[in-house]
Design a protein around this ligand. Sequence first.
Ligand SMILES: [Zn+2]
Length: 346
Amino acid sequence: MIEARETAPPLWQPLPAWQREAAAAALQARARWPHALLITGRRGIGKRILALHFAQALLCEQPNADGSACGRCPSCTYVVNGTHPDLRLIEPVERDDEGNNPTPVDTIVVDRIRELIEFTQLSTHRQRAKVAVIVPAETLNTAAENALLKTLEEPPAATYLILVSHQPGRLAATIISRCRLLASPEPDPDAAVAWLSAQGVPEPQLLLAQAGCAPLLALTLADPIVQRERELLLDELAQPERLAPVAVGARIDAYGKDERKARLADVVYWLLTWTSDLAVVGSGGAPRFNPDREDALALLGARVARLKLFRYYQTLLGQRALLGHPLQPRLVAEALLFEYRAMFAR
Ligand SMILES: [Zn+2]
């Protein structure tokens, strides 16, 4: 069995360069700060970091004249350390009875929102505000969404909800209509590469390409286990005749039970990037996600019709949408790879 990788990102990180301007503009208007804010944008561009910066500014005891957090007061320190009693971070994770060992789960259940409502009704510890960050908000299940509505409609004084979503289309319209929307800024590639280098990521340009210019996703993909599996899978995809779907399935099964879904999600992700690159290279373009595999992509891209690639891409998107549901990772991966192989059959 292969050991689980660390998945929980740190609670607080400095604001990346590509977000500074938008954050400053939003905080300058903090006198009219909305009770509910919904931050939208692609996965992996730092929306969670932005949300926590807003939380820090709202909780800060001596905010700067421009509305930003001072970074020195007790509240600011508590936010950085993840111990602020007036801040709740609500994510789809389950913890053990002592509140340790966070394990990712598919949904935020209604009990978490009931706890949140209780939290909003208590008085503040540090007399500034109460802030809850819900990320990603689309993982709220229907009961949790319904429970949240009343607090969104009539929030207690000085209570701020910050929702973060990269799939706002999955949120109830009644939730969206009660939030002010803020589109997270997109990173420019130079700033993203600089940020990844500062995180100690080797080959930041390649990682950023693999992540489609989403730096925080790139940081996740930099995990050595993820990269090792990518190398193996892309070698196999490059030679469809020798691809053995059952062997790939067995490799997923070699991981612990809790890890298999993450492994399948990675397989689906690499298949999406590879299929997209095949379509681009087949029409004479340069691969966007896998530039290190340009030669293999060029050979294959000439062999498969774009319509087949388009249909296969749709299949992959459909499968990605189902990843949160109970399924057998091994069987799903095998089916997808048999279908991939069939595209190249003579
Ligand atoms: Zn402060």
